[in-house]
Design a protein around this ligand. Structure first.
Ligand SMILES: [Zn+2]
Ligand SMILES: [Zn+2]
Length: 276
């Protein structure tokens, strides 16, 4: 399944696809840096205690260059030829952040949940800055995937950045079939229990599944205890498209109509469709 084929049968997703492509294109054009791979032995005790990699003082991954990439992306979009609303919002954000001392570091802290900034368009900033930061972190995310003992994590939040999952993926065949959770922020995928709700504090096992007509690779798993749902990609090979969240926005609408709650993390909370 390619992006173009997907859009042929889901034409209502074109505006979001266009926005995502414009931002990815701008991100590819800025100067990139690579995060330094931490010493895994230093991080191991924190890992076993459930501390995400980026929150670990012992792993000490410096996110400042990623924050610099985010600032550069913002500057590029603010002076570019993207949709008018995007240029205007980016310009306002860019001007606001230029007034802040140590802006790159503050952006990085902001992404990890510190209330260090009060930007005019917080949702848009999170989306743009995570796009840049995920590129910066890619070598670390890949190395972490190779090092991590999945059986020692199995937590509901991302082992790299600590976010709740945006989506899930089922991979492999029984008896080895397993469920991965997918982070919409840093791009990590990690293993979680095959059944069980990642949002309930009570560890609910009461999950039900809704399959969608005409969408054999996607389904909605929802929890009968908390009403939360998780869009699930039931396949392999098209992760970039199918786990990108925007490509299954119609499933969020179906879930909403059923009265389910989106407890999954989302970088689309700035509602770009209101502008398009
Ligand atoms: Zn993450
Ligand atoms: Zn639940």
């Amino acid at each position: 399944m390619t992006r173009d084929l997907w859009l042929e049968t889901h034409s209502y997703l074109r505006p979001l696809a266009g926005l995502s492509a414009a931002i990815d294109g701008a991100a590819a054009a800025i100067e990139g840096f690579d995060a330094r791979i931490p010493d895994w032995d230093d991080y191991r005790p924190d890992f076993l205690a459930g501390v995400p990699l980026l929150s670990s003082a012992d792993a000490a991954v410096d996110l400042e260059p990623g924050g610099r990439m985010a600032s550069a992306l913002l500057g590029r979009l603010a002076s570019g030829t993207s949709p008018e609303w995007l240029v205007a919002d980016c310009r306002a954000l860019d001007q606001d952040l230029r007034r802040v001392p140590n802006g790159s570091r503050r952006i990085a802290d902001y992404l990890l949940g510190e209330e260090t900034l009060i930007p005019p368009f917080p949702g848009l900033l999170r989306y743009l800055a995570w796009t840049a930061m995920a590129r910066f972190l890619r070598p670390v995310v890949n190395a972490f995937d190779g090092w991590r003992d999945e059986d020692r994590w199995l937590r509901r939040y991302c082992p790299t950045c600590g976010s709740l999952p945006a989506m899930a993926q089922l991979v492999g065949v029984d008896p080895g079939r397993m469920r991965l959770l997918s982070c919409g922020c840093c791009g990590t995928r990690w293993q979680f229990k095959r059944t069980g709700c990642p949002f309930c504090e009570t560890d609910s096992q009461r999950l039900a599944s809704v399959t969608i007509e005409g969408e054999p690779g996607l389904r909605i798993d929802h929890c009968e205890s908390c009403g939360g749902y998780l869009k699930t990609y039931d396949g392999q090979g098209n992760e970039t498209l199918m786990l990108s969240d925007w490509s299954s926005l119609h499933l969020d609408l179906i879930a909403h109509e059923r009265g389910l709650r989106r407890l999954a993390a989302s970088l689309y909370e700035f509602e770009p469709e209101r502008h398009i």
